[in-house]
Design a binder for this molecule. Structure first.
Ligand code: NCD
Length: 303
């Protein structure tokens, strides 16, 4: 049995480096494979918020391990529309499946689901802070590219305030010996609790406003979308909309081997001119969602 057997996956901070290494090693072995490891097992996807990559790569991962999938991709069409609670919905899925993958707009939803369900629960993104499996595939992509994570200069650009992929990535990558650059307009600076975590753990980081000022130092440029749906005030969104945009021209001053990452979806923060440069890593990053989620499902449910 793996040390991750039966584990809930709520936040990246709950995972040790050796556990992350185990997941990444397993993902490397499973990449491109089809197995029968989870034959007879059922995964439920409870997605209360939109998703393309996360939900479909979880489904693909389960199918490639020989398992089956049930679930919903929005509240529409479920009894939530009749007024059923989140808790009752999760209790039902717990009866029908061996593992539950939850996405929700509210922070803490996955933790609550894990308390309610006997089956392991995986957080597929809740609120503005946690998206642990996204971070696992991000780390895997970096390791696959450079052969290591320690020693790299990592810039995280964009909506560090509301972006859960960004916050989770900052927390996860800081388990490695990296130099962090948090790059954002003042309105979108990293959350106070994320900054406190970095300080408490003696992580080297600096906060800057413009990518241009640090681009030549970076090995990894992790770009994120302004999280329009999380602004309470549309005028506040309008103020920061389009405030940063990375283009192929800007990358002329980047290191030759630097990679541009993005959890996707992108809106306009990475110009399509970047796609055809050797720096663009975001599509293979998204593809890595499958082997990494296969590894996680296998380590939690297998054996
Ligand atoms: C992200 C999310 O939902 O947090 N998408 C993803 O899972 N790849 C990022 C985003 O929506 O900007």
């Amino acid at each position: 049995m793996s040390e991750l057997s039966g584990r809930d996956v709520i936040s990246i901070v709950d995972f040790s480096r050796s556990e992350l290494d185990l997941i990444m090693e397993e993902a490397e072995k499973l990449k491109g494979k089809r197995t029968d490891d989870l034959k007879g097992k059922i995964m439920a996807t409870a997605f209360f918020e939109p998703s393309t990559r996360t939900r479909l790569s979880f489904q693909t991962a389960m199918l490639r391990l020989g398992g089956s999938v049930i679930g919903f991709s929005s509240e529409e069409g479920t009894s939530i529309e009749k007024g059923e609670s989140f808790s009752d919905t999760i209790r039902m899925l717990d009866n029908y499946s061996d593992i539950i993958v939850v996405r929700h707009r509210l922070e803490g939803a996955a933790k609550l689901a894990a308390e309610l369900a006997d089956a392991p629960v995986i957080n597929a993104g809740d609120g503005s802070k946690n998206h642990p499996t996204q971070t696992m595939l991000d780390l895997f992509t970096i390791k696959e590219t450079f052969g290591h994570i320690d020693g790299l200069n990592v810039g995280v650009l964009g909506d560090l305030r509301f972006g859960r992929a960004a916050s989770s990535f900052i927390l996860g990558v800081s388990k490695y010996n990296v130099k962090l650059f948090l790059i954002s307009p003042p309105e979108l600076k990293a959350r106070r609790d994320v900054i406190a975590y970095l300080k408490d753990n003696n992580i080297k980081f600096s906060e800057v406003e413009r990518l241009e000022d640090v681009i030549s130092e970076l090995d990894v440029i992790y770009v994120t979308r302004v999280q329009k749906e999380r602004f309470a005030d549309p005028a506040e969104y309008e103020k920061v909309r389009g405030s940063y945009r990375i283009t192929a021209r800007m990358l002329a001053s980047a290191r030759k081997e630097a990679i541009v990452m993005h959890p996707l979806p992108r809106v306009d923060e990475i110009d399509i001119s970047v796609d055809s440069t050797p720096h663009a890593a975001y599509f293979r990053q998204a593809a890595n969602g499958v082997p990494v989620r296969m590894a996680l499902l296998k380590l939690i449910l297998g054996g």
